[in-house]
Design a protein around this ligand. Structure first.
Ligand SMILES: [Cu+2]
Length: 280
């Protein structure tokens, strides 16, 4: 089948429209707090740190695209203009001071332009602001335990719930935190190295036995946010999800009261309680 120029143009236009629709559609699929089918971007952000990670990611993508296109243009130019047929008598130029200075200085400036926001972001991630509340997450084979030292010192286990949605992310007891509050997360491992990660908050930190790591987030939206253990930790590594429920201050206070009662029978809490009794 032979196609006229008009037909080819039409087809190309159709392809371009389909591509654009895919991009826009992909954006529409994006769901905050959990992965979505056909997702090819970062998960939607729900914290100031993740806002900046997203910005930095987009900035680098634009920069990389521009550099790659520039090199491609140079390559095409060389292939077309300076092949043996088009350019039978090659120039014998070997040095050009101006070009050499430019191609040294410009990459240095680009790297400095990347380094400045990159280090700013690193400091933001590592420098925990004054915390409104602290939670401690302990990675175990193969579940997480969460402790609330500021809110009655209770601790509970959070295990994968097979019957809950989203699949492989739902848990029996979620980590509950208030919205718009700085939450300091202390992370450690009880047996092997795990890693506590919640993409929507832009946090990922190793849970190492014998060491207390620290990170933070400030959730800016209420709702459910999911993450997973992100350090290969044994046979059920894929089955120890992290589920964070972000609620209003009022709901959080109410949850703390019920949680204190609900988890009172947890052996780790009786230890805390008896230690407190001994102290009295
Ligand atoms: Cu793990």
């Amino acid at each position: 089948m032979k196609m006229s120029k008009g037909q080819i143009g039409g087809r190309l236009l159709g392809l371009a429209v389909a591509g654009m629709a895919f991009l826009v559609g992909g954006a529409a699929f994006a769901e905050v707090g959990q992965p979505a089918p056909w997702e090819f971007k970062l998960q939607g952000s729900a914290s100031p740190v993740m806002d900046n990670i997203t910005w930095f990611h987009n900035f680098l993508t634009v920069l990389i695209t521009c550099i790659t296109l520039f090199v491609l243009v140079l390559l095409v130019l060389v292939v077309v203009k300076f092949n043996a047929k088009a350019n039978p008598v090659p120039s014998k130029t070997t040095h050009n001071t101006l070009i050499e200075v430019v191609w040294t200085i410009v990459p240095v400036l680009i790297l400095v332009g990347i380094a400045v926001p990159s280090f700013r972001l690193l400091f933001e991630e590592l420098d925990v602001p004054k915390a409104d509340l602290t939670v401690k997450a302990t990675g175990k084979q193969w579940y997480w335990s969460y402790a609330y030292p500021d809110n009655g010192k209770f601790e509970f286990d959070s295990l994968l719930a097979q019957d809950k949605k989203p699949r492989l992310l739902g848990v029996d007891n979620e980590l509950v935190v208030p919205v718009n509050k700085v939450v300091r997360v202390q992370v450690t491992g009880a047996d092997v190295i795990h890693s506590f990660a919640v993409p929507a908050f832009g946090i990922k930190i190793d849970a190492i036995p014998g060491r207390l790591n620290e990170t933070w987030f400030k959730a800016t939206k209420t709702g459910m946010f999911y993450g997973q253990c992100s350090e290969l930790c044994g046979k059920d590594h894929a089955f120890m999800p992290i589920a964070v429920r972000v609620v209003s201050d009022k709901d959080f206070a109410a949850w703390v009261e019920t949680a204190k009662k609900k988890f009172a029978s947890n052996p780790s809490n009786t230890e805390v309680a008896s230690a407190a009794e001994v102290a009295h």
